[in-house]
Write a protein that binds this ligand. Structure first.
Ligand code: NAG
Ligand code: NAG
Ligand code: NAG
Ligand code: NAG
Ligand code: NAG
Length: 493
């Protein structure tokens, strides 16, 4: 019953399941396993996907965690269909797609074909070929005609992986498909399994980050250990939230779990940015005023997108990051930023006014924690609280950023927020004493008053750091204010 603790969100469902099974594992058909069977505490999985014009069937086990996420338990679309079931070997049936072979034909064709099989098999073959061509052809026409926003069209695996598509094309397909939620699972697997790892580029809270190559292009691969399956799962799930894609949020490509029987390797594949994190970047370089504004604006845009709820079928829930810091923001080649590391993020369901996971408080990085988290006064029933805590952290990131802005050759060395007030790896208590009890905030240097952009940045920071969280600026407000700096800068020059 250990999994009840491991996957609390699934608790209720699993208690029912476990009783039904008397706590023994469920046996399923699994094509890729020894003896063609696997055992799981989750469900048997059965799927069929259109792949290279043919139906490709996959039968396997799903773990309880997978049942909630990118491996969706249920789908029925023209190009892929999958289902979970909960009795031994219940996936020992072969699923078919509606359109391949029969959906475009009237039922009477079935009888005729049957007759043909008996009488002239050769004829059927000819007929089959002709039909096949027609079906494919008519599909093409329907697709190009009116289905531009039909989520199904660009998502066929055939479309996605057949040609020499680059990652950019793939991601473009996704963003324009209107789905924006992520590539189909099989495509994600195929991509992940054809990546060649080159070098380790960092160690995160969970596992390692590698630079790898896919079809000659650089990608970043975050590798989680099996112990951190939940984190892997959570991050993959958040990245695949509908409409999350944004140029200032790290571009997610694929999640994959490679299991060799004894060991599971969990991968998250994303775009690769050679400059690395904002933390690394600021340590190495100083910024021009324009460069500083560009970064500040792009980070605010990313955060505003994350925080914003978009209503509608193609909408997105409001999301709070909960671990915003300079190490979790990447710097792109053109000097804009991309927010990464969404593993601790929470989504808000505005209809039921609930947060999607039981929000364990005090996650994140202590140094960047808002005062109300440090002293545990945060109201976790109000989703706004989480956004406001993000804004506090954003203010600290802005402080790191602005210090490195060189005006007439004057700038400051790189420092972490509160470097002068707390030890290297501060405890919650260390942080609480300075941020809550003494109400201290990072120092805003006097010389910032001499430059309009720095002065405005300083003002924004103060308004991000109010002890009264409700008084803080919103991400959208910050974005607008920083944007005006770009304009006034242009006018002045
Ligand atoms: C798999 O098959 C072999 C014989 O082919 C048998 O000895 C073994 O017990 C089977 N394993 C399982 C898990 O059923
Ligand atoms: C998908 O199937 C439904 C019927 O199940 C049909 O109405 C629709 O046109 C099909 N879509 C495509 C793109 O073929
Ligand atoms: C799966 O179904 C086939 C045919 O219906 C049957 O022969 C086979 O024994 C079944 N396998 C299991 C493991 O139930
Ligand atoms: C699975 O992978 C791990 C780590 O790479 C390795 O140590 C182990 O021997 C592998 N097990 C099998 C059955 O291949
Ligand atoms: C930076 O690059 C992205 C594409 O990666 C592009 O959409 C954006 O407009 C660029 N921004 C600037 C300021 O050049």
């Amino acid at each position: 019953m250990a999994h009840h603790h491991k996957y609390p969100a699934l608790g209720a469902a699993l208690i029912f399941l476990s009783f039904a099974q008397l706590s023994t594992g469920l046996k399923c058909i699994c094509q890729l396993c020894i003896n063609n069977t696997c055992e799981t505490e989750g469900a048997c999985w059965n799927s069929v996907t259109l792949y290279d014009g043919k139906e490709k069937v996959v039968k396997s086990c799903v773990s309880p965690s997978e049942m909630k996420g990118p491996l969706f338990c249920y789908s029925s679309r023209n190009v892929s269909k999958r289902q979970c079931c909960f009795t031994d070997f219940c996936n020992n049936v072969t699923l078919h797609l509606p359109q391949v072979g029969n959906s475009s034909n009237p039922p009477s064709w079935g009888a005729l074909e049957l007759a043909a099989v008996i009488i002239v098999p050769v004829c059927l073959l000819c007929l089959g070929i002709i039909l096949g061509i027609c079906t494919v052809h008519s599909q093409r026409c329907t697709y190009s005609k009116a289905k531009k926003h039909d989520v199904e069209e660009p998502l066929t695996d055939r479309n996605l992986l057949s040609s020499e598509k680059s990652l950019k094309d793939l991601i473009f397909d996704l963003t324009t498909s209107g789905s924006g939620s992520g590539l189909p699972l099989l495509v994600q697997r195929t991509i992940a399994r054809t990546i060649i790892l080159h070098e380790i580029i960092g160690k995160g809270r969970f596992g390692e980050v590698w630079r790898g190559k896919w079809r000659g292009e650089d990608v970043a691969v975050k590798i989680f250990s099996s112990r951190d399956e939940r984190s892997w799962f959570r991050e993959a799930e958040i990245y695949q939230t509908i409409m999350l894609r944004h140029e200032n949020i790290l571009g997610f490509i694929a999640a994959d779990n490679k299991d060799n029987g004894t060991w599971t390797q969990l991968w998250l594949v994303s775009e690769y940015h050679e400059y690395g994190s904002l933390f690394d970047y600021l340590n190495r370089y100083t910024l021009s005023v324009e460069g500083m504004i560009l970064l500040a604006l792009s980070i605010a845009s990313g955060l505003a997108h994350l925080h914003m709820e978009i209503i509608g079928t193609q909408g997105k829930p409001a999301i709070a990051h909960r671990d915003l810091k300079s190490k979790n923001i990447l710097v792109k080649k053109n000097g804009t930023g991309a927010i990464a590391d969404l593993g601790l993020a929470v989504k808000h369901d505005s209809i039921t006014n609930t947060i999607d996971i039981p929000s364990n408080h005090r996650v994140g990085t202590k140094r960047y924690m808002a005062p109300e988290i440090l002293d545990d006064t945060i109201n976790m029933n109000n989703f706004e609280s989480f956004k406001r805590a993000d804004i506090y952290s954003l203010g600290l990131v802005y402080w790191e950023l602005t210090r490195r802005c060189s005006v007439r050759g004057i700038y400051e060395d790189y420092q972490l927020p509160y470097y002068d007030l707390v030890p290297c790896d501060p405890s919650i208590d260390d942080m609480r004493k300075i941020a809550c009890d003494q109400k201290l905030r990072p120092n805003i240097p006097n010389q910032w008053q001499n430059c309009e952009a720095l002065r405005v940045m300083g003002k924004i920071m103060r308004e991000c750091w109010y002890a009264n969280a409700a008084a803080r600026l919103t991400a959208l407000r910050i974005k607008k204010t920083v944007c005006q700096l770009t304009v006034s800068k242009d006018v002045k020059d």
